[in-house]
Design a protein around this ligand. Structure first.
Ligand SMILES: Cc1ncc(COP(=O)(O)O)c(C=O)c1O
Length: 419
């Protein structure tokens, strides 16, 4: 499908007069409409809840929008929990899915009354020691091997550090029951960025069958199954987008097929989506600083991999629109780069684009999740601002850009200024 930015050149110019590039901008209307569609797709399940993966876009304004749409939050660290608390999430609005968990993180999750999702069998005793065993507790499952759908290998859980084997799940449930736990959850994340309507239904089938076996083996009451994240987005224009209504219906069918006959029709379905909730509703907006012509033609931006790491880290595709040149022919081949002293700091390689001039404004699409949040400070680069495009077309700065003072804030300069 053709990828169109959610801002025009005129809108971008107005915003840039207020907030200089580079910045990430989020489309409130798109975020809300998508969240409503997700809730509709799973409305057949009484206890359904989406726990937005905070790691994808840890901004309180975004979390508040999702909260208003009925979502909870999935946190993985102390500061994510703090952010959730500051936004007014508490108790069962929070899922705590962590691994290699520090004591303080576990204690904060317990104090907030979050659902705690244990990554390992040994965490039963760890949790008991540092915070006590709650009445409701979740365990993360890893089936091992490779995860395939039809002939396609989707991912390699056997190589993943997360989760427990089935026997460990049984042992953990028994141990937790002996220590007072009454209600149980199951969680698994088996493949990332799946652009297929089959991922969730396939995963649901695996977890629902596991739930029946766990109930039979331990007598535990399974109260929820968390399908976690992994529903992807069509980063490339030629990819077909996921259809969340089809996905929800696919999960419902597995539910009717497996859980209902086992007398487990009261199980709540949870999701922990990040990318699907936010990626398409974010753009990285950047200005062309330089062009360079050597063995290739380069376009140099004021954004770099420190603002969007995915292309450098995974070779990920992010579609690019040159604002105001949406209808111009894509007859120039460019490498679009940032200014890091790393040759992988390229947002696009050999990309066909309209002829670009210095000062042009580029939109990098689908940066709303795992975009800003993966930012870093290499080369002393500063994190960008984040802007919200409100439903009425106005904009709001929802995080200012870092300044050199922020960059230096963790130094104590005093010893260098001897009197
Ligand atoms: C535990 C957990 N849940 C949810 C997510 C969100 O995944 P996605 O953004 O692919 O939906 C992640 C991503 O890393 C994760 O680690």
């Amino acid at each position: 499908m053709e990828k169109k930015p959610f801002i025009t050149l005129e809108q971008a110019q107005r915003i840039i007069a207020d907030v200089p590039t580079p910045f990430h901008i989020y489309d409130e209307k798109g975020i809300r409409e998508n969240a409503r569609l997700l809730n509709k797709a799973f409305a057949w399940n009484k206890g359904y809840k989406e726990y937005f993966a905070v790691k994808a876009t840890p901004n309180p304004y975004i979390l508040k929008i999702l909260q208003e749409e009925g979502c909870g939050v999935d946190c993985s660290s102390y500061t994510e929990l703090m952010l959730a608390e500051a936004c007014g999430f508490s108790g069962q609005d929070i899922m705590f899915s962590s691994n290699v968990t520090p004591v303080e993180d576990m204690q904060l999750a317990a104090r907030l009354g979050a659902y705690i999702n244990l990554d390992d069998y040994t965490h039963v005793e760890f949790l008991e020691r540092v915070a006590g065993i709650p009445e409701t507790i979740c365990c993360r499952y890893n089936p091992g091997g490779v995860f395939s759908m039809g002939n396609d290998i989707m991912d390699n859980p056997g190589e993943a550090k997360y989760g427990m084997t089935e026997q460990q799940m049984v042992d953990a449930y028994k141990k937790l029951m002996a220590k007072g736990a009454r209600h149980f959850g199951i969680h698994a994340f088996l493949a990332s960025n799946t652009v297929s309507n089959e991922y969730y239904p396939t995963l649901a089938g695996i977890l629902f069958e596991l739930a029946v076996r766990l109930k039979d083996a331990t007598g535990a009451h399974i109260s929820f199954i968390n399908l976690s994240g992994g529903v992807g987005v069509d980063y490339r224009p030629e990819q077909p987008a996921n259809d969340i209504m089809v996905i929800g219906e696919g999960v419902r069918r597995k539910f009717e097929e497996i859980l209902v006959p086992a007398g487990m029709g009261d199980v709540a379905i949870f999701t922990e989506l990040g990318r699907f909730m936010l990626a398409p509703y974010g753009h990285l907006v950047s200005t062309v600083l330089h062009e360079k012509h050597t063995y290739k033609d380069y376009i140099g931006l004021d954004a770099c991999a420190a603002n969007l790491m995915r292309p450098a880290m995974y070779g990920s595709y992010h579609h690019i629109t040159v604002l105001g040149k949406e209808n111009a022919p894509c007859d120039h081949k460019y490498d679009v780069t940032g200014g890091l002293c790393e040759n992988n700091d390229k947002f696009a390689i050999d990309r066909m684009l309209p002829e670009i001039q210095i000062g042009d404004i580029l939109v990098l699409h689908d940066t709303g999740a795992h975009g800003f949040s993966m930012g870093y400070n290499y080369n002393g680069k500063l994190r960008s601002a984040e802007v919200l495009l409100r439903e009425d077309g106005s904009h709001k700065l929802i995080r200012r850009a870092e300044t050199p003072e922020d960059y230096f804030a963790t130094f104590d300069f005093a010893p260098f200024f001897k009197k």
